[in-house]
Write a new protein. Sequence first.
Length: 222
Amino acid sequence: MAAPPGEYFSVGSQVSCRTCQEQRLQGEVVAFDYQSKMLALKCPSSSGKPNHADILLINLQYVSEVEIINDRTETPPPLASLNVSKLASKARTEKEEKLSQAYAISAGVSLEGQQLFQTIHKTLLEFFIKQEVWDACSGVTHHLFSFPSSIKDCKWQEKNIVVMEEVVITPPYQVENCKGKEGSALSHVRKIVEKHFRDVESQKILQRSQAQQPQKEAALSS
C-alpha cells in the first residue's frame, strides 16, 4: 500500500520507494526522522559480501511513491552499540583522502601518480593494522616501521609523493624515481611501487585478452 502524508515508518518494516529519477529502492527501515523526512533503509550489500549490508539515506521529499510492503508492529530489537571513536576516525581518514585527491587533481598530477598514491596509502595502512594485531596477540613488541595509521604518512608535496617523511617519489613515479636514505623504508617503498606497476600491467593484459575474446569466438564460428 502507498504511505499517506504524515505516515510514520516503524523500524523493521519493509519499504519500497520510487525516486524522482524512477529508481526503485527497497529495504528494511532502520531509522526515520519525521521532521526532516529522512528515511534510512538497510539493503543487501552491493558488494555481495555475506553479513554485510548497505544503508541508504533517502530524502522523502524527492520520492514520488512510497509503499509499505510489510509493516512491523512489534517492538523492534535494541539497536547495536556504535564505536563512536572508530566512526569518527574513519570519517576523518576519508575526509583526508578526499582532500588529498582534490589536491592531486588541482596540481595536475597524472592518473598513474594518483593511483600509485592510493596504493601506497592502503598498503601502509594494512601493514600497520597487521602489525598491531600481531603485537596484541603475541605480546611481543615488533615493528618494521614506526608510524601511525594516517594518510599524513603518505602525502603530496607539489607533484611528488612523500612517504613517511623519508622517501620521495618524483614523476613519472617509477621504482628508479624513489629517492631517500638507503634502508628498510626506501626498500619497502620500492617494493610497493614495483608491485603496483606489475599489477597494473597484469590488469591491462587481462583486459586486452577479454576484449579480444569475442573476436576470436566470432572468427572460429565463421
